[in-house]
Design a protein around this ligand. Structure first.
Ligand code: ZN
Length: 252
């Protein structure tokens, strides 16, 4: 009985979608690019020091599609888009269910799977195609990431992490100081959980800011998430964001 409960608590295998043959479709590329375009559009207000140095990878079951402003990479260039060179390369291994269901930043596994270490900008993000992302998120109980809009907002969230990482420690994006103080009142900022929550608070802030006018449903869902007492760094971060949102939110 106990083993069964454990199994159900992790990922219910019976419910996991079969994504072994997933290939990025035209709609998947459009969604990924719309996410990157959205991050570029809000750059003046959210990322004033620029995000040109951030590479991005879209992966499917067979290929990595690398979006980089570097024009000299030794891979097959299959497209150009908004100043990016788009390279396609095969890779070893396959995405995990967690990878099929999300996006993540620097230190992700596709840099290894694709033999890309040292060839990309240090700051990069990697994302599943929208279609896979939604299929996995729909199986997760209570996920608010089951829409195209939430996928675009997620890409901005990941860009925010990379943006923050490329700033010097003296260069603090607004309203990081307020968020740090708030997280500190929930969990000690000096603890590992506190440090991770501060990091998430900043990315959640950017995700919320980009959603406020464009993605109303997602915006409301994000704020509602701040009601939980969860100890997940995203949720702790979101509680800090909600607390400082009213006075510090970016000018519309
Ligand atoms: Zn994050």
């Amino acid at each position: 009985m106990r083993a069964l409960a454990l199994l159900l608590l992790t990922f219910p295998a019976w419910a996991a979608p079969d994504l072994a043959r997933t290939r990025a479709s035209g709609k998947d590329f459009a969604a990924f690019q719309d996410g990157l375009a959205l991050a570029a559009k809000v750059q003046p207000e959210l990322f004033p020091n620029g995000i040109q140095g951030i590479d991005a990878i879209l992966y499917d079951a067979r290929y990595l599609y690398l979006y980089s402003r570097r024009k000299d990479l030794p891979f097959r260039e299959v497209n150009r888009w908004h100043g990016y060179h788009v390279y396609r390369l095969s890779y070893k291994g396959k995405p995990t269910m967690r990878e099929w269901g999300g996006c993540r930043g620097g230190g992700g596994s596709f840099i290894e799977k694709g033999g890309l270490r040292g060839r990309l900008h240090d700051n990069y993000l990697e994302c599943a195609p929208l279609s896979a992302f939604i299929r996995v998120q729909r199986v997760k109980k209570g996920s608010i990431y089951t829409t195209r809009e939430s996928y675009l907002a997620t890409i901005v969230h990941e860009v925010a992490h990379q943006y923050q990482d490329q700033l010097s420690t003296y260069d603090r994006p607004a309203p990081l100081d307020e968020l740090i103080a708030k997280v500190d009142s929930i969990v000690p900022g000096s603890s590992d959980l506190g440090a991770r929550s501060i990091r998430e608070a900043y990315a959640e802030w950017c995700e919320l800011a980009v959603s406020e006018k464009r993605f109303r449903e997602h915006f409301k869902n994000m704020l509602a998430r701040a009601d939980t007492a969860s100890q997940d760094p995203h949720d702790i971060g979101m509680r800090a964001v909600r607390a400082v949102w009213k006075e510090k939110r970016p000018a519309p």
